[in-house]
Design a binder for this molecule. Structure first.
Ligand code: HEC
Length: 138
């Protein structure tokens, strides 16, 4: 009971702090943090380093021609990627593409689609938060 209350108070504090900084990116991160806390034991925040590793990690569960996020988005988040159709994808780094991660529905839509293609499952809130933290700092 006490532990639950502490966790809820922590989540509320985090949302309030994040809301003060405003911005859809921060709102998304706060949502993922709340979900990660509810889902996993021992959630202790997001990590850009983990997000970076996740971005280039090779997975076996998805489609064979897209084993990693970098299959389309490329190794350097500051340079454009390329879809399988050959179409150019704007850089994922928030510092280069200012409109990135400003539309939560778009972010969720592509997380769902791309995670299924690469991992063969949806990404967890922890994975999404780590990845978004990495890209937001790039
Ligand atoms: C098959 C190619 C492909 C792969 C693999 C891929 N993506 Fe994408 N991704 C796209 C395309 C195409 C878009 C939409 C075009 C755009 O936003 O420039 C996109 C957009 C996104 C967006 C939305 C960005 C925004 O502006 O809101 C996120 C988030 C994203 N991808 C995350 C990932 C993650 C995480 C992985 C690895 C698990 C991944 N993608 C792997 C092709 C891919």
């Amino acid at each position: 009971m006490n532990q639950n209350l502490t966790a809820i108070a922590g989540a509320v504090a985090m949302i309030l702090t994040t809301a003060a900084m405003a911005g859809p990116r921060e709102d998304l991160l706060a949502q993922y943090a709340t979900s990660a806390k509810a889902a996993a034991t021992g959630f202790s925040g997001f990590s850009a380093a983990r997000g970076k590793a996740f971005h280039s990690q090779t997975f076996a569960g998805g489609k064979p021609n897209t084993p990693a996020c970098t299959s389309c988005h490329g190794n350097d988040p500051r340079t454009p990627g390329r879809a399988l159709t050959g179409k150019t994808i704007e850089p994922m780094a928030a510092s280069v593409s200012a409109s990135r991660y400003t539309d939560p529905a778009k972010v969720e839509k592509w997380f769902k689609r791309n995670c299924n293609e690469v991992l063969g499952r949806e990404c967890t809130p922890q994975e999404k938060g780590d990845w978004l933290t990495y890209m937001s700092g790039q």
